[in-house]
Write a protein that binds this ligand. Structure first.
Ligand SMILES: Cc1cc2nc3c(=O)[nH]c(=O)nc-3n(C[C@H](O)[C@H](O)[C@H](O)COP(=O)(O)OP(=O)(O)OC[C@H]3O[C@@H](n4cnc5c(N)ncnc54)[C@H](O)[C@@H]3O)c2cc1C
Length: 372
């Protein structure tokens, strides 16, 4: 048996770890440094999992792949990830919001600990240009050479595909990304705890020079990753009850912008209200008051695209219908496996994408070990 892993990212390196631990030889291919992709995760702190211990609940955090992951997570889920990292010498802790980090708060430390454990793998720094299934095994072509292996794991992350394989690819689209909207002069304005009227979820938003970003927007971009542009989103900028009439009555000579700046950033209030921002409270009639409340509670934005290149993950990838969720093996070619983000699986922010990488890496390696 000879095993090639294409892609030395999160899932490829952990698959290598499981196989080496069982005494098998492994060749890892990557055109770049191994685990380079781990370094920016969690803002350099590596949010490696999420403290959701029920596997079905965990799977709900994947707009694409939820059902497929039931079987995967039933075998390797959050507790297993924590145990895996303990085994690798990485102690973890749970942050208040449920995100799990290494105690070192260092993605570099996590990378180094994994690399130390997979030193025995052959590492070939070449870009794979194609994978060709043979009657028995696979030919792997690079820009420099050809290699032959009996078993291949594809762990190429976001956007790669190989012509030699007849696997269908669901088109790649950016996810967990800022959204373009026709809104100017608000760059840098942040509003906390905004509610999405469309999806009943909350989070902070941040206006940018291209539109809008922040945790709530990332989540919306993920839910809408397969929608076509333009689309509208509706936000409740102040989800608590706002007794605007009482506020107007209690400060009749104050301008609206000064009354509302207690609740929303003042430069945003000016944008929202235009000329009305300068009007004194006692001049606001009932109809205008209701229209202001409506603008606050149903703030609509026309979304025209994503901020290309900023995406954290890509939606799309190898079609799950052609892969077994029990083994991660191809249904088209025996001894070909897939792990991580190259699959048509992507999760929200919070450690879910790395959890997918570890879990699918475990299942693929276990299947190879069971086949010996
Ligand atoms: C800035 C940023 C922050 C993130 N933070 C988090 C976080 O905190 N928590 C979380 O859960 N997720 C996070 N993610 C997502 C997470 O990093 C990915 O989902 C995860 O790395 C996917 O693992 P993977 O093994 O599938 O692919 P990757 O880790 O992307 O690895 C794929 C590897 O394959 C190699 N490769 C690709 N094509 C070829 C080829 N043809 N030949 C040779 N090599 C090839 C690439 O060079 C790469 O090294 C973040 C992503 C980004 C961009």
């Amino acid at each position: 048996m000879s095993i090639a892993i294409i892609g030395a990212g999160a899932s490829g390196c952990v698959a290598a770890y499981f196989l080496l631990k069982a005494g098998l030889d492994v060749t890892l291919f990557d055109f770049s440094a191994p685990l380079r992709t781990l370094l920016p995760t969690g803002g350099g702190r590596c949010n490696l999992a999420h403290a959701e211990y029920d596997f079905k609940e965990l799977a709900k955090n994947y707009p694409r792949g939820e059902k497929f992951l039931y079987s995967v997570f039933s075998k390797f889920s959050t507790y297993d990830t924590i145990a895996l990292f303990e085994e690798l010498g990485v102690e973890t802790y749970v942050q208040e919001d449920g995100r799990i980090f290494p105690k070192s708060n260092s993605a570099k430390d996590v990378r180094d600990k994994i690399l130390k454990k997979i030193k025995k793998a052959d590492f070939i720094k070449e870009k794979i240009t194609d994978v060709i299934p043979l009657e028995s095994g696979f030919k792997i072509k690079t820009e420099k050479a050809e290699y032959f292996f009996s078993h291949v794991i594809i762990s190429t992350g976001g956007k790669s595909s190989f012509k030699g394989l007849k696997h269908k690819i669901i088109p790649f689209t950016p996810s967990l990304v800022g959204l373009n909207a026709d809104i100017k002069d608000l760059s840098g304005v942040c509003i906390k705890n905004v509610f999405s009227n469309d999806f009943k979820i909350s989070g902070d938003i941040l206006f940018t020079h291209f539109g809008i970003s922040g945790p709530l927007i990332y989540k919306i971009s993920s839910i809408k990753a397969r929608d076509t542009f333009p689309y509208k989103i509706s936000l409740n900028l102040y989800p608590q009850a706002l007794q605007l009439q009482d506020l107007l009555n209690s400060s009749p000579h104050k301008e609206l912008k000064n009354i509302l700046s207690k609740y929303l950033p003042q430069n945003f209030v000016k944008h929202l209200l235009g000329d009305l921002a300068e009007v004194k409270a006692h001049k606001i009639d009932g109809k205008t008051r209701d229209s202001i409340l409506n603008r606050i509670h149903n703030f609509e934005l026309n979304i025209t695209g994503t901020n290309r290149g900023e995406e954290t993950v890509t939606a799309g990838g190898y079609n799950l219908n052609e892969i077994s969720s029990k083994t991660m093996e191809s249904k088209l070619y025996p001894n070909l496996y897939f792990t991580g983000e190259c699959l048509d699986i992507d999760g929200f922010c919070g450690g879910f994408n790395l959890q997918n990488a570890w879990s699918t890496a475990y299942i693929a390696s276990l299947s190879i070990l069971q086949a010996i």
